[in-house]
Design a protein around this ligand. Structure first.
Ligand code: CTP
Length: 446
């Protein structure tokens, strides 16, 4: 990537400075303390230190929490060692990229890096980095709104270094890349573009939009490794309140087609609609639902087995994500079939209890009768906990053995079916263990 010397900082109007001071004063005490102590350490070493990137953008936007990314001109290793000592912080160093991640004992995490340039040996590769000035470091970045630095040492605060007009773009709500090859160098920025546009409600500047379109049409995303593509997609979809709009935009820009080759317009639209329904059907009760996983499942439901597996490989899914995307559609089909047989509540629970919440979310947003059971499983049946445990049964004289577990299981089913109140659990469980409960003459669901 080509770099250029930065233009002079914005002329510091007293309004801007006042505003900056106000924003600074509004930072949490631990962040202000961290910045002040970092500056002190840098001064001691004679290094120049800056707070850079998205944290400065968010400071300017008045966000509640801001990330702290520090850049030092000079030797990041000795700076990070001194700072870690001073803060009793622990750190992880990625020497290849000249970065260090530190955590303070109070739980504040922040990044340190040497000011550096990045050279992309070929499109979508990881960059080769080399030490540079803060000016060059800013010019290697993605969007003008992230091309900002606040000097911390030798002089603290003052004004934001803004060589690319980032503050004006923030004021105008505009997303702009710094050079035409930006998306080709790093196609993960295409996903960041969609995310930032939705997150800040910014519009995309014309030249940036056409650079994005031509990078997508030129197959930039296909060149990303599956690990980087998966991480970019996950990041784009991790905010629940924005995820529906972002998935739609990814489809509109054909970015999703780069992930699932040959994805038709109808299938993309169907996945978006299903995702939006599942998100809104579950809005009150599943704060723990993973929006990325839910989006991948919505997409997977439009694909055949083979393409489902290819999607999972392409975005590097593992563990639960992989299970949901590859096996979720079959699990949902099977559960729906079991629910056709007019089940009791506890039979419905048995049919649904092994499903992941995202699978239930998809079922709950369906118009079929089974949606009612999926919702009930999520809101009532799954959260239900007995007030007794095995220990209570042993204390009441039962001998240890599998019968204890079975009695508890039967008691849970009786509670789910509303056959006993919470206060009757112990009595019911003991009768169940003795085989005395009259209800057992009925066939128990398996
Ligand atoms: N950056 C970049 N290109 C990328 C990723 C990051 O140029 N593909 C730069 C940007 O300057 C960004 C900074 O690295 O501000 C830090 O990256 P990250 O923490 O991922 O992004 P933020 O902009 O801070 O976003 P968030 O608020 O979501 O953390």
């Amino acid at each position: 990537m080509k770099t250029a010397a930065p233009a002079a900082s914005n002329p510091a109007t007293s309004d801007l400075e006042r505003e900056l001071l106000q924003r600074f004063a509004a930072l949490s005490a631990d962040r202000r303390d961290l910045l002040a102590r970092s500056a002190e350490v840098a001064r001691g070493l004679g290094s120049s230190l800056y707070w850079v990137g998205g944290g400065v953008r968010d400071l300017w936007l008045g966000a509640d929490t801001v990330d702290i990314d520090l850049v030092v001109e000079g030797d990041v290793a000795s700076f990070s060692e001194r700072l870690a000592d001073c803060l009793s912080a622990t750190g992880v160093r990625a020497s290849q990229f000249m970065t260090v991640e530190l955590s303070t004992p109070e739980g504040l995490r922040f990044d340190l890096a040497a000011a550096r340039t990045e050279l992309y040996p070929h499109p979508a590769s990881l960059p080769v980095v080399a030490p540079a000035s803060i000016a060059e470091d800013l010019f290697r970045r993605d969007f003008s709104i992230n091309c900002l630095a606040l000097p911390l040492a030798p002089d603290f605060g003052g004004q934001i270094i803004d060589p690319c007009g980032g503050l004006a773009d923030i004021a105008d709500g505009r997303l702009r890349i710094l050079h035409a090859g930006s998306f080709r160098d790093d196609p993960t920025r295409l996903f960041r573009l969609v995310e930032f546009a939705a997150r800040f409600k910014f519009r995309v500047e014309e030249a940036t939009a056409s650079a994005a379109e031509s990078a997508i049409a030129g197959g930039a995303v296909e060149q990303l490794s599956s690990a980087r593509l998966g991480a970019a997609l996950r990041r784009a979809l991790e905010r629940r309140e924005l995820a529906g709009r972002i998935l739609q935009e990814l489809v509109r820009l054909d970015l999703l087609e780069s992930v699932v080759p040959g994805l038709s317009e109808e299938d993309g639209a169907a996945a978006c609609a299903r995702f939006a329904r599942a998100l809104s059907a579950t809005v009150d009760w599943t704060p723990g639902t993973d929006p990325f996983r839910l989006a991948m499942l919505a997409l997977s439901l439009e694909l055949d087995d083979d393409r489902r597996r290819r999607l999972a490989r392409r975005v590097d899914l593992v563990a639960t994500d992989l299970a949901v995307v590859v096996e979720g559609p079959a699990r949902i089909r099977e559960a729906m079939a079991r629910l056709q047989a007019r089940p009791s509540a506890s039979q419905a629970h048995l049919a649904l209890r092994d499903l992941f919440v995202e699978e239930l979310a998809v079922m709950a947003s369906d118009s079929a009768d089974t949606a009612r059971w999926a919702l009930q499983e999520l809101t009532e049946m799954r959260p239900l906990r007995l007030s007794i445990g095995g220990r209570d049964l042993l204390a009441a004289g039962l001998l240890p053995g599998p019968e204890v577990g079975r009695a508890l299981e039967r008691t849970l089913r009786a509670r789910i079916d509303g056959r006993i109140p919470a206060a009757g659990e112990l009595e019911f469980a003991l009768r169940a263990a003795d085989g005395l409960d009259p209800d057992f003459s009925r066939r128990e669901p398996e």
